[in-house]
Design a protein around this ligand. Structure first.
Ligand SMILES: Nc1ncnc2c1ncn2[C@@H]1O[C@H](COP(=O)(O)OP(=O)(O)OP(=O)(O)O)[C@@H](O)[C@H]1O
Ligand SMILES: [Mg+2]
Length: 308
């Protein structure tokens, strides 16, 4: 088992009578990209704030980079907070350098890293602009840069994609993937499943402060019954493990296309093997991998935009 970059052990957070995070446990392996997935109010930001020692849990314990949350390892952590905010009058370059210096980088290294990031973000020409002259999305890119500038071991990004156009979303996905390739652990929250689908090794699905799933994407998808399309001579409904088989379209030369669903936990390969050993004639066998969106609906029972 690789060491955990972050672990929650039975963490609960109450605000008065309201339980925002309920007995939450999970562990994030070092070097992985981890998605915090949940609808509005699910408890994503509250969890990240507890990991950063901005809020204290009501009960339970948290480890971040092997120790309890504290400001002491701040230099090893990059954070993009939910509430964006930078000094409006400061220039783009000075802003990033300022954060790098807070994280104990030397002035020359800070400036070089800031400029390299601005190049990467296609914003080198805005280095001297005051923040107040930037559009919302461009200001957000600068804020992402402040989190990344010292190549932290652990990156926590709260809704990093919100407010960015598709080109900049893709740019940020690349930055996140590269940070992980460089050895960083990246945690980001989102309710847009496509980002998580492309990026995450593992994920946590939250609803109303409660864990609905945590594990790898593969494990998440495997929890849903496999769906496939078969072209067969005979109706596959009677085959072992088939729970649904629906003919679709008209047969051609005796071959019929069927939409098939397998019992949960049965891999499609098992059906293929069964067909081969029993001599069940097949002309095509296509597996439909469930999307993360479908997985989310399966575990949370609602659309990610609606899920509480
Ligand atoms: N300081 C607070 N006092 C009272 N309730 C709070 C406080 N902070 C958060 N909450 C409540 O806790 C719940 C979880 O909030 P949180 O901000 O963690 O959700 P989230 O998953 O980040 O949602 P979003 O996608 O909208 O950012 C919400 O119902 C919220 O209203
Ligand atoms: Mg939030």
């Amino acid at each position: 088992m690789p060491a955990a970059a972050m672990a929650f052990h039975g963490v609960t957070k109450r605000f008065g009578d309201f339980t925002a995070v309920d007995n939450l446990s999970f562990s994030i392996p070092e070097g992985s990209i981890f998605g915090f997935l949940g609808g509005n109010g699910a408890g994503k930001t509250t969890s990240l704030r507890m990991a950063l020692d901005i809020l204290s849990p009501t009960s339970g314990s948290i480890e971040v980079l092997g120790v309890a949350p504290s400001r002491e390892n701040a230099a090893e952590i990059g954070f993009l907070p939910e509430e964006r905010g930078l000094y409006k009058k400061m220039s783009v370059l000075d802003t990033i350098v300022y954060f790098a210096r807070l994280k104990q980088m030397e002035p020359a290294a800070a400036k070089a890293a800031a400029m390299a990031l601005l190049e990467r973000l296609d914003m080198a020409d805005r280095a001297k602009s005051p923040i107040e002259k930037l559009s919302k999305g461009l200001a957000q890119k600068v804020q992402v840069a402040t989190a990344l500038v010292n190549s932290p071991k652990l990156l926590m990004l709260d809704e990093p994609f919100s407010g960015l156009d598709p080109v900049n979303q893709a740019m940020l996905e690349e930055l996140i993937a590269d940070a992980a390739k460089g050895g960083a652990t990246v945690i980001f929250s989102t309710h847009v499943m496509q980002h998580a689908e492309r990026l995450c090794d593992s994920l946590l699905m939250l609803a109303k402060g409660t864990k609905r799933f945590d594990g790898t994407q593969e494990e998440a998808r495997a929890a849903l019954p496999s769906r496939l399309t078969l072209t067969a001579k005979a109706d596959p409904a009677a085959l072992t493990g088939v729970t649904k088989a629906r003919a679709q379209g008209d047969p051609a030369d005796g071959w019929q296309s069927y939409a098939v669903e397998l019992q949960a936990g049965m891999p499609p390969e098992a059906l293929l093997e069964h067909c081969t050993t029993t001599g069940f004639a097949l002309r095509s066998f296509d597996v439909q991998t469930p999307s993360l969106h479908e997985v989310f609906i399966h575990f949370v029972g609602a659309e990610p935009e609606m899920a509480q």
